[in-house]
Ligand binder design. Sequence first.
Ligand code: SF4
Length: 126
Amino acid sequence: METDSSRRNFLVAGLSLPVAGLASTPAYQASQAPTARVDEEIRPYYCRMCHQCSGQRPKDVPVPETIRYLAYADFYGQFALGRERFLALPEEARALRCGDCASCAVRCPNGVHVSERLAGAQSLFA
Ligand code: SF4
């Protein structure tokens, strides 16, 4: 099922970070079940900026940055900021289109649908 952008926006806004010292308590772990479910729902869309994909790019596509700029528009309603940042990327990075590659070489260990998100940013901001 496709998650629409309004719901993703709501889900991302509701994510919480663990409080130091509480992460191992049963009460805390029980409270995180909804968060884990939300995390799974947004996983294909939300880049964690871990940069584990950085060495996989056959062309010099700034993967995490581009996906983050799309998130500004998708999750936070900040289209102008996302487009401004996208347009500040080097010209050769902006000129690339995910359709230029036969298949995507980037495998995100966090489950982000990289080529889909890059194509979305390229389509929305270019
Ligand atoms: S796309 Fe995946 S591997 Fe690359 S920085 Fe984002 S979360 Fe990490």
